[in-house]
Design a protein around this ligand. Structure first.
Ligand SMILES: Cc1cc2nc3c(=O)[nH]c(=O)nc-3n(C[C@H](O)[C@H](O)[C@H](O)COP(=O)(O)O)c2cc1C
Length: 311
């Protein structure tokens, strides 16, 4: 008798990008009677804004970086269901897991649903996801889940271009043709069109109940690109963000008047730092392979795989 494979898709999305990415990957499994797919949209109890006001956008930074959960609406799925595979569609926020998905990962429902399960993450982002995925590895380890695959959809523009287009997208809700000259923000259609082939790989792994080769195949299909300049840039941010998050939190709680000044400063300093550092780091990253080829290659390979570095 055919064993129906049960797949749980946990996702959060503000503008639908995460769902688009998940749908394109799962296309080959969708409408196939061998699979039952349950889609669970994570909903924060207090809805988050979109587009964001400038002050709202930067005010979520400290709690997001500190990984502090907030309340979610109850799930529609029965948390005692035994799934064969869990897929998590998420976005990095300030180099950490976005707060709605992080809140889910820290919930008792997640402890039941993910325990012992293979998990595939589908990230959609501007271009910086390494730190968020390291935290994801930690969370999944705590939940005794096995990270079996990671697929990344990123904006394909240069770092400086997408700095402008992501801010227009998040703060004004403008996705294309910003100021009549900027390219469309977001995940490329060509990546969405190519993604069903990853669904085929997932299907094979699921049917054989063996995910050992999946990540290598995702990498071979160019769906976990790690760029040296972004790796270096993100490394700076990951070192500094917790310090600045502490500095803001010390002044007051989320949305409080007391910390508005420090939030505002961060909102100016962050884009300015990216603007100044981006060209410098791009030059350094071009030289780095000449000076430390082995080290850079090792780091890239590390972020393309699913084990967590033990420090
Ligand atoms: C508060 C906030 C912080 C963000 N921080 C990052 C980040 O650290 N790295 C990144 O690549 N993208 C970042 N982004 C961009 C989102 O990842 C991007 O907007 C996402 O693709 C939107 O997907 P959605 O429409 O499914 O919500 C951030 C977005 C928000 C709202």
């Amino acid at each position: 008798m055919l064993h129906l494979k049960k797949i749980l898709v946990i996702y959060y999305t503000q503008t639908g990008q995460a769902k688009k990415a998940v749908d394109s990957v799962l296309k080959p499994l969708e409408n196939n009677p061998e699979y039952s797919i349950h889609y669970e949209l994570i909903k924060p109890k207090s809805a988050l804004p979109y587009p964001w006001k400038y002050s709202e956008f930067f005010d979520v930074f400290p709690e997001n970086v500190h990984g502090i959960p907030f309340e979610l609406e109850p799930l529609t799925v029965d948390s005692d269901t035994n799934f064969d595979l869990v897929i998590i569609g998420y976005q990095p926020w300030f180099l950490s897991i976005c707060r709605p998905i992080n809140s889910f990962l820290l919930s008792t429902a997640a402890a039941k649903l993910l325990n012992g399960k293979p998990v595939i993450t589908i990230i959609n982002c501007r271009n910086m996801w390494l730190g968020a995925q390291e935290k994801m590895k930690e969370r999944l380890m705590d939940l005794k889940a096995k990270l079996a695959g990671n697929i990344v959809f990123a904006d394909r523009s240069s770092n400086l271009t997408s700095l402008v287009t992501v801010l227009a997208f998040e703060l004004k809700g403008i996705k294309q043709n910003y100021m009549g000259m900027f390219p469309r923000y977001g995940v490329a259609d060509s990546d969405l069109d190519a993604a069903p082939r990853l669904g085929k790989l997932i299907e094979t792994a699921l049917n054989q109940n063996n995910f050992d080769k999946l990540q290598e195949l995702i990498v071979a299909n160019d769906f976990v690109t790690v760029k040296p300049n972004l790796l270096l840039m993100e490394g700076r941010g990951r070192a500094l963000f917790p310090l600045y998050a502490n500095y803001v939190s010390k002044k007051g709680t989320a949305k409080s008047e007391e910390r508005k000044g420090r939030v505002k400063t961060f909102g100016i300093v962050l884009p300015t730092a990216i603007l100044i550092l981006s060209p410098i780091i791009t030059i350094v990253s071009r030289l780095a392979p000449l000076i430390a080829y082995g080290k850079m290659k090792k780091q890239i390979q590390y972020y393309q795989q699913n084990e967590l570095k033990q420090n």
